[in-house]
Ligand binder design. Structure first.
Ligand SMILES: [Zn+2]
Length: 267
């Protein structure tokens, strides 16, 4: 057993497409090594507001991060800030908006793209600012951070699925194939992470629609998957809210916190 946590956020991944296209992850579910839940994203179903929701447990309406151009630091305790303040090591391979929310805003690629600073909430970061930054490179960045700095909490956040959805829409071979590709990339690393006993969450911020966008209340924009992998999870039949992911991770990390979480999700 291992108290370290890896949170994988596959940006813009619709639930149905995850269920249809992620062969490796659904194979883990079929062989009882993972459980899959459905989450309904908070509103608006937009990226930056939902990064804040996932990482702080606070809804966009409450956090004030209500659209993608609200460029400022979060006003709330996050998994990163709680973990860093309580002596844990934090790391993220993620889109630059995550650096803006929890480290420094606005993002300066020269200063922030490669971050190593123990006093920041995200102590070790590899951030990117291109929506087409390859998922292969991103997951490699995450694995580099894991091997090099042994973080207690690691966020791995990819963008290609969302980017492809904006170009081709939900009901497209391109969008589905991009999800299949992300599954193959993850299958290169997940066996090692599982073997080493990490508690792993794989989810998404929001889904996608056929207008090549998201942001509203359509089921396909809001329904996203949550895969839980690890022996700290109960794998029982429960319902989990997107606002409860933060508290769940804080519990796994053994942090003192006041975030909501579902006790039945854990053993
Ligand atoms: Zn998007």
């Amino acid at each position: 057993m291992n108290d370290k946590v890896i949170l994988v956020v596959l940006d813009g991944l619709n639930l149905k497409v995850a269920q249809d296209c992620l062969g490796y992850l659904n194979g883990l579910v079929e062989h009882k090594k993972a459980s899959q839940y459905s989450l309904y994203s908070e509103l608006p179903s937009l990226s930056r507001p939902l990064y804040e929701c996932i990482l702080t447990g606070v809804t966009p309406i409450e956090s004030g991060i209500v659209h993608n151009n609200v460029t400022r630091r979060s006003l709330f305790e996050s998994i990163f800030s709680l973990a860093q303040a309580q002596g844990k090591t934090t790391a993220a391979a993620a889109y630059h908006w995550v650096s803006e929310l929890y480290n420094r805003s606005p993002y300066d690629p020269i200063r922030d793209r490669h971050t190593h600073n123990e006093s920041l909430s995200i102590q070790h970061g590899v951030f990117y600012h291109w929506d087409h930054y390859p998922d292969e490179a991103l997951v490699l960045d995450g694995e580099y951070l894991r091997q090099e700095f042994d973080p207690d909490f690691l966020l791995v956040h990819s963008m290609n699925i969302d980017d492809t959805g904006h170009k081709f829409g939900l009901d497209s071979a391109e969008y589905r194939n991009c999800a299949r590709h992300a599954d193959i990339i993850l299958s290169n690393f997940l066996p090692t992470w599982i073997e080493e006993g990490y508690q792993i969450l794989v989810t998404s911020d929001h889904g996608m629609n056929n207008d090549k966008s998201h942001g509203g209340t359509l089921v396909e924009e809001r329904e996203v998957p949550l895969y839980l992998i690890g022996d700290r999870f109960s794998h029982s039949d429960i319902s989990i809210q997107q606002t409860e992911l933060c508290g769940l991770v804080c519990e796994l990390l053994g942090l003192l916190h006041h975030k909501p979480f579902v006790e039945e999700a854990l053993t």
